[in-house]
Design a protein around this ligand. Structure first.
Ligand SMILES: [Zn+2]
Ligand SMILES: [Zn+2]
Length: 275
C-alpha cells in the first residue's frame, strides 16, 4: 500500500544494538538496504535518535552520544554501500522534546536533514518532561501541551507515534482520551495542519502488546486530524532489519481508519519541502 518507511533505527541508535545468532548486528544500514531491495521499498528514511548538541546541560542521558558524529558515520557507511535499485535512501532523525521551548533539532539543522521526526511522549526515558501525575486528566493535558509545542514549530516534519506510551506506565489510553479536552485537541490538530506538521502512523505501536488500546484511540484522533487537514507520515519504527516496511496489520488499520495513500507524505515529498 505504501512503498516507503520513514522511521528506521540503525545501530547508531542506543536502543538498536541487537545481534542475531551469528552475532551479526540486526540494525546495520547494509542489512536494511538489502531488505529494502527484497521487499521492493521505493524510499526509506533512517531516523536514528539525534540531538543537535548532546553536550548541553539538560540533555537527557539517553541522548548523550547522539550528536552529529552519528549522522556523519551513517552517511559515510551509506556512501560505501551499493545503491538499491529503485529505492531512494534518506537521512533524517528522531529527536526529542526536552521542554515546550526546546526540541533537539533547531531550524537550521532541520534543513540539513531529510526528515525530522519528534516524539512528545517518551515518558519512560528518565529526564523527559512528564505529566504531573498519571491520573488520566493529567496525562491527557500534558500530551496536548507537548503536542502543541511541536505543532507550533513549522520546521519539524512529523510527530513520532503521537499519544503512544506503554500503558502499564501511563494507564489505559481509553481513559486518557476520555479525559481529554476535545476542543483543545481540535485546536492543536488545526495548528499542526496550518504549520505543516504531520502525524506519524507508527506500525510498531499499532500492534504492540504494551499499547493494547492504541489502535482504537488513535483511529479516532486520526479521523479528526484528517478532517482538519493534517497530513501523515508512515514508519515501522524498526530496530531490526526484519521489521522494515509495511505490515498487513498496519495496512488494514490504515484502510479501516479512512486514510488513503494520498493522505501520506512520502520521503521524497518531505525532502522537496526543503528546497
Ligand atoms: Zn520514539
Ligand atoms: Zn523510534
Amino acid at each position: 500500500m505504501l512503498h516507503f518507511d520513514s522511521h528506521v533505527h540503525t545501530y547508531y541508535s542506543p536502543c538498536a544494538h541487537g545481534v542475531d545468532k551469528a552475532s551479526r548486528p540486526v540494525a546495520s544500514p547494509e542489512r536494511y538496504l538489502q531488505r529494502a531491495g527484497e521487499i521492493g521499498l521505493r524510499a526509506l528514511v533512517f531516523t536514528d535518535h539525534f540531538i543537535e548538541d548532546p553536550a548541553l546541560p539538560g540533555v537527557v542521558l539517553f541522548y548523550k552520544g547522539s550528536g552529529e558524529a552519528i549522522l556523519g558515520n551513517l552517511r559515510l557507511e551509506l556512501d560505501r554501500l551499493p545503491a538499491v535499485q529503485g529505492c531512494d535512501v534518506f537521512v533524517g532523525c528522531e529527536t526529542e522534546t526536552m521542554s515546550t521551548e526546546w526540541v533537539g533539532v533547531g531550524e537550521a539543522m532541520a534543513k540539513e536533514l531529510d526528515f525530522v521526526l519528534v516524539p512528545t511522549t517518551h515518558y519512560h526515558l528518565p529526564g523527559v518532561p512528564r505529566p504531573a501525575s498519571y491520573a488520566p486528566r493529567d496525562v491527557a493535558r500534558h500530551m496536548l501541551v507537548m503536542l502543541e509545542a511541536v505543532a507550533r514549530k513549522p520546521w519539524l516534519d512529523s510527530v513520532a507515534h503521537p499519544f503512544a506510551e506503554i500503558e502499564s506506565l501511563i494507564g489505559d489510553l481509553r481513559a486518557i482520551y476520555e479525559a481529554m479536552d476535545k476542543a483543545r485537541l481540535r485546536d492543536v490538530l488545526g495548528l499542526a495542519a496550518r504549520n505543516g506538521v504531520a502525524l506519524e502512523v507508527n506500525a510498531s505501536c499499532l500492534t504492540s502488546p504494551e499499547l493494547p488500546n492504541y489502535a482504537t484511540v488513535f483511529r479516532e484522533i486520526v479521523s479528526l486530524a484528517k478532517s482538519l487537514g493534517v497530513r501523515f507520515t508512515f514508519g515501522s519504527d524498526a530496530h531490526d532489519y526484519a521489521n522494515l516496511g509495511m505490515t498487513l496489520e498496519a495496512e488494514t488499520w490504515i484502510t479501516s481508519s479512512g486514510l488513503s495513500p494520498g493522505d501520506f507524505l512520502s520521503p521524497q515529498m518531505l525532502r522537496a519541502k526543503r528546497d
